[in-house]
Write a protein that binds this ligand. Sequence first.
Ligand SMILES: Nc1ncnc2c1ncn2[C@@H]1O[C@H](COP(=O)(O)OP(=O)(O)OP(=O)(O)O)[C@@H](O)[C@H]1O
Ligand SMILES: [Mg+2]
Length: 259
Amino acid sequence: MKDVVLKVVSLKKTFCRKNVRVCAAADISFEIKKGRCLGLIGESGSGKSTIAQIIAGFERADEGSVFFNDKECLVSRQDFNSRYGMQLIFQNPESSLNPRMKVREILFEAARYLSDLNKEQMEKLAKEVLSQVHLPDKYLGRYPYELSGGECQRVAIARALMLSPGLLICDEITSALDVLVQAQIMDILKGLKEKGISILFITHDLALAEEICDEILVLKEGREVERGSAYDIMHRSTKEYTKLLIDSILTVKEYEETT
Ligand SMILES: Nc1ncnc2c1ncn2[C@@H]1O[C@H](COP(=O)(O)OP(=O)(O)OP(=O)(O)O)[C@@H](O)[C@H]1O
Ligand SMILES: [Mg+2]
């Protein structure tokens, strides 16, 4: 279909450590259309990051297919050419930015494959992407250690935007941030979604998932438990696992708020 940006078909991945087999993806299939957001939720160890890593080409799948903009990406190899335009953003912004580089160099480096851009065009693009993450131009001259956690995460998003991505894979990108900063990042993501960027949104925070996701897929031990609209999953699920997941996460939140 024309507006399907990401299509994942029957992904399978098992890890084997000390003779113990762990299933991280068992026949996982889904698709994300242009400008839409799919949430992946599930308890710790349910396979969310593994699926993200396979899609982005950092982890090999045992079986299955990934199609990005109708082109098949090899799931058995780090085939980054067919994944051009797909960007993965991680949980810990400080450690995903090179501490020895200023923001300008970090952004320029991301775009160095766009070889037809000269220095002035690169500078213009860097300023544009910084403004998309609501940071002023003067941040181009700063090092990561001169930025707060939230600002680092915004630079990580800006770096992803340097390559005009069609898909952002966000793996717990707000988990290390406080609530106010989370809200700023969510606003940025919503703005990007409105501009037509598709998002795979992995989170433990179901309130955030409901805020941005059009659809949510619930995972347990690498298997799909259910999927549906964000509202249906959050408020109408009949599955015990999903209800437990929602209750346990709310309980942890309530506990944190009272301490
Ligand atoms: N490289 C690896 N080698 C062996 N086992 C792995 C590896 N990566 C992941 N696993 C295992 O695969 C399962 C799924 O892990 P994954 O990191 O995808 O879970 P997750 O849903 O992202 O968890 P969390 O919410 O804690 O981030 C876990 O049992 C994990 O221990
Ligand atoms: Mg994870």
